[in-house]
Design a protein around this ligand. Structure first.
Ligand code: BT5
Length: 258
């Protein structure tokens, strides 16, 4: 990666003001947490060329071969902790808008997957640390399959995953992708901090493949089947079925056949 090109071309105010780059680490989210605990400011980002223990949600693994983007952003917003699922949506929108700029048509599968033709190209892991119901920090971790040959991923992921290279048939500049991504992220984050959810909801609907679909959502405590008809102010998915309306903050979502 061309770090010089990245630093010189980045036009954001706070996101990416400070960049730490590692050739190989366990997980950019883990490093980001250590840094945030040790006083690193809002906007600092951690990038790795490859991760030995890339993490998904619920301790799942994120396969991280060279050629992908593994990036974490440290945020310290003065907000209540229940805003965090909105940040997840916002990040997915920023990724979708960025990938779109490379001529691809990404879709967001609630809550945190970005897909192309139903195949996963990006995963997002948002982690929060709180104290006395205040946010200490939030780490937004983004993994994008950029210049990866799909056969470098574990066999069981090859049918369900794709990469920018796989879709375009060529490699792109990861530095350029980061510049576009941080730009999009900062714009949406500023809107989010002002409390304007109308724009975020509109953009989510534009890119969402879950919106207006029959879904099955598996949460820690229950399985909900119904029609996903909206998201609310907190970023929860709203599902309608014969029992009424259910709000779901997090879970694994399966799109059902119409
Ligand atoms: C996610 O979890 O999708 C969140 C992934 C976040 C990764 C980033 S990389 C930078 C930062 N540092 C970290 O350590 N993590 C973040 P989840 O929705 O639970 O999906 C995980 C599942 O995605 C796995 O169980 C696999 O099935 C699949 N998967 C793993 N690696 C993949 C890859 N490279 N491409 C597509 N799918 C993958």
């Amino acid at each position: 990666m061309n770090l010089k090109e990245l630093k010189e071309s980045l036009k954001t105010d706070s996101i990416g003001k400070k960049i730490y780059f590692f050739r190989q680490i366990n997980s950019t989210n883990e490093i980001a947490k250590n840094f945030a605990n040790n006083g690193e400011e809002e906007g600092t980002i951690i990038i790795a060329e490859t991760q030995t223990h890339g993490k998904g949600r619920l301790n799942r693994n994120w396969s991280s071969p060279i050629g992908g983007l593994y990036l974490s952003i440290i945020l310290k917003p003065k907000l209540l902790p229940n805003y965090v699922s909105k940040l997840n949506l916002l990040t997915a929108i920023a990724v979708a808008k960025t990938i779109n700029q490379f001529g691809l048509s990404p879709k967001i599968k609630w809550p945190n997957d970005v897909l192309i033709n139903r195949k996963k190209i990006c995963g997002i892991l948002t982690e929060i640390s709180t104290k006395e119901n205040k946010i200490k920090y939030i780490i937004v971790g983004i993994g994008i399959n950029v210049n990866i040959d799909i056969n470098l991923l574990p066999r069981e992921l090859q049918k369900t995953s794709t990469s920018v290279k796989n879709e375009l048939g060529l490699e792109i500049s990861i530095a350029d992708l980061i510049i576009k991504l941080l730009n999009e992220f900062e714009k949406l984050y500023d809107i989010f901090k002002k409390g304007d959810f109308i724009y975020i909801r509109k953009e989510w609907k534009k890119f969402s493949s879950t919106f207006q679909k029959n879904v099955k959502v598996i949460t820690k405590n229950e399985v909900i089947v119904g029609y996903a008809f909206d998201i609310d102010e907190a970023g929860a998915l709203l599902i309608k079925n014969d029992k009424g309306i259910k709000r779901v903050i997090s879970g694994d979502c399966i799109h059902l056949k119409e």
